[in-house]
Write a protein that binds this ligand. Structure first.
Ligand SMILES: [Zn+2]
Length: 369
């Protein structure tokens, strides 16, 4: 149902029809006969309306081309896609159409990705893994609300959409570069929205900065729809890396540029005098800072009522609309657990499994030779 925003007018028409039906049944209710039947119908109609309204809301907030297409070639950015796609050989094009996440679809990118971010996973696999692993701890899309801290950049949206698709909804805690700047007041509001079920409230918090890698392995470079020249991600972190490289830093508090001022302070407070981290290093640093700050933000959470999961790492934008995740922390806080906080090794298992698969393939090929 969510696959095409072209269907938006249809959903809107459905809502209208349902409202009219509801009105009609309400009129019929004036008669005494079959009252429970009508009441049941009203209930069903309201439920249907709610469902359709939810779909409409999701469609309205979602870029039409990104919906439900995270793991396949999409019509998104057709011009950009065409220009990039057409530079490939027919063999490469075939691989890309079959599976853009296949390492062979973008070999230079994939090699760069695994060198810089070893164990980075395709976003769909990452999302499925977190959802399934948290299922073992009682988290599901009915009793859990997601929270997200990502960069404001629109290219982080496919990840956000996947989180919403998996968990149903997500409180947006995002800010520039994916730092936590919402503060405890805003977090208290988020916590207040977490569903209360069986006397428990559960949330799953995804927090990560981002970086792009092009098909040719250029770090920080990304091609955006409607923008012919190469673009950058994360632009905010790149500015700071450039300032450090040039030796000129804007240290004053700029009230007109608060987020960037705070990011600069956070980064500078975490490096040694004279350090000049490149974009990859500064992105990893941002991820570490974020991971360190989250427990402070969550320190007021009442663990007699709340159970929650935290997932940190780095979001990587690859070629052909692929999104990859470099997983870092993954833990559950639940005071009913023996240790109250448990680290999950799901990615390690997945990465090891992948490694074993590749090794097996190589061994089989060697036997054939
Ligand atoms: Zn950014």
């Amino acid at each position: 149902m969510l696959n095409d925003t072209n269907d938006l007018p249809i959903y809107q028409q459905q809502i209208k029809t349902l409202s009219e039906l509801e009105e009609l049944i309400k009129t019929l209710l004036e008669g005494p006969n079959e009252l429970p039947v009508y009441q049941q119908q009203i209930k069903t109609l309201s439920k249907l309306q709610q469902q359709i309204k939810t779909y409409i809301r999701q469609l309205e907030v979602t870029d039409r081309h990104e919906v439900g297409k995270s793991s396949v070639i999409t019509p998104k950015d057709e011009l950009e896609l065409k220009s990039e796609y057409l530079t490939r050989t027919p063999e490469e094009q075939e691989k890309i159409v079959l599976d853009p996440y296949n390492p062979e679809s973008n070999p230079i990118f994939y090699e760069t990705l695994q060198n810089l971010f070893p164990g980075a996973l395709p976003m769909p696999a990452y999302m499925q893994t977190t959802y399934e692993a948290l299922g073992d701890y009682g988290f599901n899309n009915k009793n859990t609300m997601a929270m997200t801290t990502l960069c404001r950049d629109e290219i982080t949206k496919p990840f956000l959409i996947d989180i919403i698709r998996q968990w149903g909804k997500s409180f947006n805690c995002s800010s520039l570069a994916g730092f936590v700047m919402m503060g405890k007041t805003a977090f208290a509001a988020a916590a207040d929205h977490v569903p209360l079920m069986d006397n428990q409230r559960r949330f799953a918090y995804y927090a990560m900065p981002h970086i792009a890698i092009s098909k040719d392995g250029e770090v920080g470079q990304v091609y955006r729809y409607g923008v012919s020249k190469v673009s950058h991600a994360c632009g905010s972190l790149e500015v700071i890396a450039k300032e450090l490289m040039s030796g000129r830093l804007k240290l004053e508090m700029d009230m007109q540029d608060l987020e960037q001022t705070i990011i600069r302070q956070k980064i500078l407070s975490s490096i040694n005098y004279g350090d000049k981290p490149n974009l990859v290093e500064i992105t990893k640093l941002a991820s570490q800072i974020l991971a360190k700050e989250l427990p402070h933000l969550l320190s007021d959470v009442d663990t007699s009522l709340f159970k929650y999961a935290v997932m940190t790492g780095i979001q990587i934008h690859g070629p052909m609309d692929t999104t990859w995740i470099y997983p870092q922390e993954f833990y559950v806080v639940d005071r009913d657990l023996p240790s109250q906080q448990e680290q999950l090794n799901s990615f390690k298992a997945l990465q090891q499994h992948k490694f074993d698969e590749i090794k097996k393939q190589q061994e089989e090929e060697q036997i054939k030779l």
